[in-house]
Ligand binder design. Sequence first.
Ligand SMILES: Nc1nc2c(c(=O)[nH]1)N[C@H]1C(S)=C(S)[C@@H](COP(=O)(O)OP(=O)(O)OC[C@H]3O[C@@H](n4cnc5c(=O)[nH]c(N)nc54)[C@H](O)[C@@H]3O)O[C@H]1N2
Ligand SMILES: Nc1nc2c(c(=O)[nH]1)N[C@H]1C(S)=C(S)[C@@H](COP(=O)(O)OP(=O)(O)OC[C@H]3O[C@@H](n4cnc5c(=O)[nH]c(N)nc54)[C@H](O)[C@@H]3O)O[C@H]1N2
Ligand code: SF4
Ligand SMILES: [Mo]
Length: 663
Amino acid sequence: MHICTSVCPYDCPDACGLLVTVEDGRVIRVAGAPDHPFTRGTLCPKMAHYERTVHSPRRLTTPLRRVGKKGSGEFAPLSWDEALKIIADKWRYIIKEYGAEAILPYSYAGTMGIVQHDAYHGLFYKLGASELDRTICAPAKGRGFQDVMGRTLPTAPQEAQKSDFIILWSIHMLATDIHFQHDLKTARQNGAKIYCIDTYKNKTAAWADCFIAVRPGTDGALALGLMHVLARENLTDEAFLAQNVIGWEELRREILPKYTPEKTEELTGVPAETVIELARMYGQAKAPFIRLGSGQSRYRNGAMTSRLITCLPAVVGAWGKQGGGLLTSASASKAYDKSIVRHPEWRQAGRRVVNMCRIGEALTRDDSIRSLYVYSSNPACTAPDQNQVIKGLSRENLFTVVHERFLTDTARYADIVLPATTSLEHDDAYYSYGNYTIQCGFQAIPPVGESRSNWEVACALARAMGIEDPFYRQSAKDLVEKLIATTSVWPEPVDRELLKSGRPTPLTLPADYNTSFATKSGKIEIRNDELTPALPDYLPLAEDKGELAFVNAPDMRILDSSFNERDELTKGQTMLLFIHPEDAARFDVHDGETVTLANERGSADFTAKISTCTGKGQVVSEGVWWQERVKGKHSVNVLTSQRLTDEADGSTFYDVRVDLHKK
Ligand SMILES: Nc1nc2c(c(=O)[nH]1)N[C@H]1C(S)=C(S)[C@@H](COP(=O)(O)OP(=O)(O)OC[C@H]3O[C@@H](n4cnc5c(=O)[nH]c(N)nc54)[C@H](O)[C@@H]3O)O[C@H]1N2
Ligand SMILES: Nc1nc2c(c(=O)[nH]1)N[C@H]1C(S)=C(S)[C@@H](COP(=O)(O)OP(=O)(O)OC[C@H]3O[C@@H](n4cnc5c(=O)[nH]c(N)nc54)[C@H](O)[C@@H]3O)O[C@H]1N2
Ligand code: SF4
Ligand SMILES: [Mo]
């Protein structure tokens, strides 16, 4: 028996350090690594038994070939050599008949490890395949921040320990960034107040000292209302603004007069007196800290909303104050030079680019995509407009390959399924996007069954397609070592011996990282002349049809669709629909009844749960569930749309309206 260090590979901002106990080539226990500076030895309930995912009886252990109808899940095993030959033959034929752009890769962050995440990029560039714009998560949040702050590093979470006023803004911290709790508890012990702004009262909101409910997609107006009060009550930091900020005077003069507390109430549903109270708390705090999640960015106006919220810390001079600032996503990934795995120089000019949020449209518009290669993602479940995605995946003339650990909803539509390793069966280099820590995770056990890592399959397919490049003669470990070498350019020296040893490695932040601003002008750009409009202003959502707003939030038991394989984690109700008592009375809905939500894209069944956790006119459901775990035939994404955000072409999962019918 021995213990190895590792990293949680999932798409979660914490990137916990792990201690993995191995006996006879099997993982028998997984615990948190106490030496991780942010996660400090604890894990979330999902990962506390990661060994149950690694050794799940549901793991795919051999390549499979479809023998039934697409979607039926009927497959027969075949060897790796046979599977690779079928794929290579088919691709050669497709390239000859339709051109290489008829092949489309589709992936996201099933694993956050850089080598396995980016393993296939070079292969598809070399082939000249269509490219995927990876926009499904929250690019609009990043863009909104960047519009104001440029490349300034967001504030480290541990800074919040010294804050006296913290806002958890559209982040379900107890589900999605659970370790931030440690920092908040320290702040709280020192007297800090913690506010939560969300569209419904989830467990994080209940945990906070005060919950403020905002109407979906209207946070931009709330940020403007707060700035209106800050200006009116002289709670701004004029010295900081004069020295560090461009455009404050114009914003104050031209935009803010419109956003009185009363107008803000009308737009956001937040009572005028609450807007005033929140502005005073924020303006009077010595070191206010905002932790901004992604909820507010998944609307048509998501980038503008994020841009407006990003203006707030500048107005009160929170930057640079001990304990103050704004954390959107930590930029620890910048410590590595990912291009050594990705090979952007192999990209071929003029290739078609498909936005992954519009995969449904791309697969159904015409037959121009002839082969889809899916890895590290489950679009049949997690992509918007599920009916259209499934229509596309059902096309008989689409040759679909899915490289997966489990027979997901997407894998069921594959012609060939390839078994993938878990993070404990391969090597990789990781970073966190919620704190400034990086770490490597090395193989702890042999691959389960015949599973192979993304990197191994990318190498095998490159060979099968006649791509003879020395790049593909390296191991994943070689690439990890090269990535470690690239950390030499992070602003401050990285302890590379520690990184090589597989232990959590904190990134030192430059002393002035939150007082000098990495924008073109060197100042915080409330006015940004490169944008239209140059001054930010609220973008209202145009009304769609549908009586109710539908928010589909994260569930604590699963992570996107990952962990659906775990029966013990997913027990209890799925597809629960929170509905306000007045709406329940209006629709004559009772607790526990089955209700159907429908819009122009489709319909899904839910179990009604009458609750004041949600507001009037808005229903909420948590989790993105596999088909086998849902009540009727469809999960939430049958209702979500392929529409994109105002900037950065991001997803708009929460920008949904529906009608409700009783079953
Ligand atoms: N347990 C668990 N952990 C996860 C995930 C998961 O699915 N489950 N997903 C992982 C991934 S991929 C990501 S990107 C992160 C996401 O982590 P978060 O940023 O926390 O999650 P979001 O999905 O953006 O939703 C956060 C909150 O935004 C709220 N919200 C929705 N619309 C609005 C709005 O208009 N205004 C405001 N103020 N709030 C709104 C939702 O109700 C929800 O409570 O979490 C990661 N971790
Ligand atoms: N309705 C609604 N839909 C959403 C969201 C929402 O809040 N509401 N959230 C959205 C967000 S923020 C995101 S980021 C997306 C994420 O959506 P997806 O990218 O589909 O992520 P997961 O559902 O976690 O699926 C990841 C898959 O990768 C597989 N995998 C893990 N490791 C490896 C590996 O090393 N190799 C290979 N080949 N496979 C591996 C896992 O088994 C898993 O099935 O979902 C989005 N979808
Ligand atoms: S899912 Fe997140 S909180 Fe849970 S162990 Fe992984 S990184 Fe940590
Ligand atoms: Mo995400």
